[in-house]
Design a protein around this ligand. Structure first.
Ligand SMILES: [Zn+2]
Length: 348
């Protein structure tokens, strides 16, 4: 089950955090701001295909397929709340030059899509990688993404299966736009796919060291719903806000009781969303609070092999395995790396 509710009588526990105030006020939020200045850092006069991407994991996957034959520019700065990100008007300039814009879809990037629709040049299109990778009937709705709000959980990329699908969509799109390099894109896809197989094997070996009934995720940011389905974990709850009501002490108490009953050894916060409430709940329930998970902020800096989609997921899965008392040595023996040169521009 993906979305077992925490709280009494199965009711959702919705715990507001300060950052949501920014959304309520219609602000761009979280210090999240500008994407790259259009054209910054790009060499002029190149006939290379130009592609825009939104969040960093998508930028990295695109770079693994496009390598040095495509100029890739990310839009959402790492460490930003991608769910509330609104591009500055200056991003319009970048959007007016790209041959395609790769977004996640599943309604993650509506403001960026809207800006793109107004500014993309003739013949250029928005490619929704996630939307093309999963049928609607398999969308996850849960705690942070309740069905009645109409937005599915968009985090397909934290599940390697869908990262491979994204790469396949990118391979096909680049090949259509740039048939001369289709063989290069196909070769990179094959290498990326083999990397995912190797990673998947290391993941399964490490997760197997945790008894199935102990693979329980209680997170602040609900980014692992699809991953959990495929790798035998249970998301026992996520504490992301979907409204602005204050949690009642009774709800918090119910959550603490449930953590104790589930006997999870750790609860996970997110590096992008510091959560004093989760920290407090962890303390009161007597479990470790691990606050470093990340779902779209790549580790290290551009140019480092860890600064990649696979580096991001590797970091999370090692963290989860160890926090659950498992043995992550199979995962640690796996070396995160790109299969093609990553020359993409990651806005800071
Ligand atoms: Zn997220």
């Amino acid at each position: 089950m993906v979305s077992t509710r925490l709280g009494q009588n199965g009711a959702c526990v919705q715990i507001p955090a300060m950052f949501l105030v920014a959304i309520a006020l219609g602000s761009t939020g979280c210090g999240a701001d500008d994407g790259p200045a259009a054209g910054s850092g790009s060499e002029s006069g190149s006939s290379k295909l130009e592609v825009g991407t939104t969040v960093a994991p998508i930028t990295s996957i695109a770079a693994n397929i496009g390598g040095d034959r495509v100029r890739i520019t990310g839009i959402v700065p790492e460490g930003t709340n991608s769910h509330t990100f609104e591009p500055k008007p200056s991003v319009a300039e970048l959007l007016s030059t790209v041959d395609a814009l790769y977004v996640n879809g599943l309604q993650l990037e509506e403001p960026t899509k809207a800006l793109a629709e107004e500014n993309l040049k003739e013949g250029s299109e928005i490619v929704e990688l996630g939307t093309q990778s999963i049928p609607e009937s398999e969308y996850a709705y849960d705690f942070s993404f309740p069905k009645e709000d109409g937005k599915p959980n968009p985090h397909l990329w934290t599940d390697p299966r869908y990262a491979r699908e994204y790469a396949e969509v990118i391979r096909d799109d680049l090949s259509e736009l740039d048939p001369d390099n289709a063989g290069y894109y196909a070769g990179n896809f094959d290498k990326f796919s083999a990397l995912i197989d190797e990673f998947d094997e290391a993941m399964r070996a490490s997760f197997d060291t945790i008894p199935r009934e102990k693979r329980k995720l209680l997170t602040y940011h609900d980014a692992y719903a699809y991953f959990a389905r495929d790798y035998g974990w249970d998301v026992v709850g996520a504490i992301q806000v979907s409204d602005f009501e204050d949690p009642t002490p009774k709800e918090v108490a119910g959550l603490i009781d449930q953590i104790k009953a589930e006997q999870v050894p750790a609860v996970f916060g997110s590096e992008v969303f510091p959560s004093p409430v989760l920290e407090q709940i962890g303390k009161e329930a007597g479990v470790r609070y691990v606050d470093v998970l990340r779902d779209d902020d790549l580790p290290e800096e551009p140019g480092d092999p860890q600064h990649s989609w696979v580096g991001l997921m590797h970091f999370d899965f090692v963290t989860m395995t160890e926090a659950m008392g498992g043995d992550a040595s199979a995962l640690k023996a796996f070396e995160p790396r790109d299969v093609a040169p990553d020359q993409a521009e990651y806005p800071r």
